[in-house]
Design a protein around this ligand. Structure first.
Ligand SMILES: Nc1ncnc2c1ncn2[C@@H]1O[C@H](COP(=O)(O)OP(=O)(O)OP(=O)(O)O)[C@@H](O)[C@H]1O
Ligand code: SF4
Ligand SMILES: [Mg+2]
Length: 373
């Protein structure tokens, strides 16, 4: 098992991909076990993350997919130790063999500065408008590593090259408002890479970008993952983005994972009625008609009904669905599902969608577009 050795203050960062440095190959990079995050509200405890478990290996991208309010950001913030003190947190977040939940806040702070970083949706909230790119990068680099100013500027240039910023000397002198949205997001990614993290958390990092820029930033994530060997958790509500970048997909609904598997399995063989609804709500290449939104709205997370949380919206609901929450069970070697109605139904080759009028047989995005295998 890997031993937790926080970097000595002032020690120079390793240039070795941290996913390799000191990691025990038998231990997954990240193991989230039975994670629960609750917030107090006037109506009782709101359960944003509800007994979530998964593993992530170094060099893989897990996309967490779900509608607004399904607990995606709450889960990332819990991993990073960013939840308010009044939140109730249970479970384990084991990164390179060390449980982040059981650590003191000082130990977690050291981890946050070295093993794990996060990229948020809006680059402007992560950048200070009154400082140049150089000032922000150099300050972050010197906070992390014991470097002279000119060494830190060299490292800043290295990072700008890594995130494929054209004319990096010029961009270094720019203020954030002088850069395009895509360029700003690349700077934010460069800031997240200062510590050479083993785990990168990305919360809808391309949602604010237009489609062309989004495609380039997704390419950048793939390139960085391959070159640096990081594990990436990438949150999105957009299945076509997940299909572009993911190795594995976990679909979240009302704080729980309802279906998970490899990208091929989830995109070409979605089985949970909610996942099928998300697929129906996504635009397929060449599709003319409007995508079908999933009817109804997610449940109140402070007052979850017994039984399957998707039951009020599910066209396949049966009496048994209202009794108790189904377990997440393995339906094939790379595919887990939380729906006993579907998993016990005989296979037909195509899956009848729970969204009226759609049949899922072809993947929403063609297999080549996934670019993964
Ligand atoms: N600090 C907090 N205090 C109280 N409730 C919170 C807090 N953070 C999140 N929540 C609630 O937890 C639930 C899940 O929120 P979360 O932000 O994780 O959703 P999400 O899946 O990221 O949605 P979106 O796609 O809109 O970003 C929501 O009901 C939200 O209101
Ligand atoms: S358990 Fe029942 S309500 Fe839930 S998704 Fe399956 S069929 Fe629908
Ligand atoms: Mg969110």
């Amino acid at each position: 098992m890997a031993v937790f050795t926080p970097r000595r203050p002032g020690a120079r960062a390793s240039t070795t991909p941290l996913a390799e440095a000191g990691a025990d190959p038998a231990t997954p990079l990240l193991h989230v076990k039975d994670l629960v995050t609750q917030f107090p509200t006037k109506n009782g405890w709101l359960t944003a993350v509800n007994h979530v478990s998964y593993e992530l290996e170094a060099g893989r991208v897990l996309c967490v997919l779900g509608e607004s309010g399904s607990g995606k950001s709450a889960m990332l913030r819990t991993i990073l130790g960013l939840q308010p003190k009044h939140a109730h947190i249970e479970g384990e977040v084991v990164l390179r063999g060390q449980d982040l939940i059981a650590m003191s806040s000082a130990e977690r702070e050291a981890i946050r500065g070295s093993w794990v970083s996060m990229v948020f949706q809006d680059p402007m909230t992560a950048l200070d408008p009154v400082y140049t790119v150089e000032q922000q990068l150099v300050e972050t680099i010197r906070r992390h590593d014991d470097l002279s100013k000119s060494e830190a500027v060299d490292r800043a240039m290295e990072l700008l090259n890594l995130v494929q910023i054209p004319s990096p000397e010029r961009r270094l002198k720019a203020y954030p408002f002088e850069l395009s949205g895509g360029m700003r997001q690349r700077i934010v990614i460069a800031l997240a890479l200062v510590s050479n993290p083993s785990l990168l958390l990305a919360d809808e990092p391309t949602t604010a970008l237009d489609v062309t820029v989004q495609a380039r930033v997704l390419d950048l994530f793939r390139d960085l993952k391959d070159r640096l060997g990081m594990g990436v958790i990438f949150v999105t509500h957009d299945l076509s983005v997940a299909a572009e970048i993911a190795d594995d997909i976990a679909v979240m609904y009302a704080g729980r994972i309802v279906e998970r598997g490899t990208v091929e399995e989830i995109v070409s063989n979605p089985q949970h009625p909610y996942t099928q609804g998300l697929l129906g709500a996504n635009v397929r290449p060449g599709q003319d008609e409007r995508p079908l939104a999933i009817k109804g709205s997610p449940p109140n997370l402070a007052n979850l009904p017994p039984g399957c949380s998707f039951a009020p919206r599910c066209a396949m609901v049966q009496d048994s669905c209202w009794g108790s929450m189904p377990e997440l069970i393995e339906v094939s070697p790379h595919h887990d599902l939380r729906c006993p109605v579907v998993s016990s139904a005989p296979a037909t080759g195509t899956t009848t969608s729970a969204v009226a009028g759609t049949t899922i047989g072809d993947p929403v995005v063609d297999a080549e577009a996934t670019g993964t295998h």
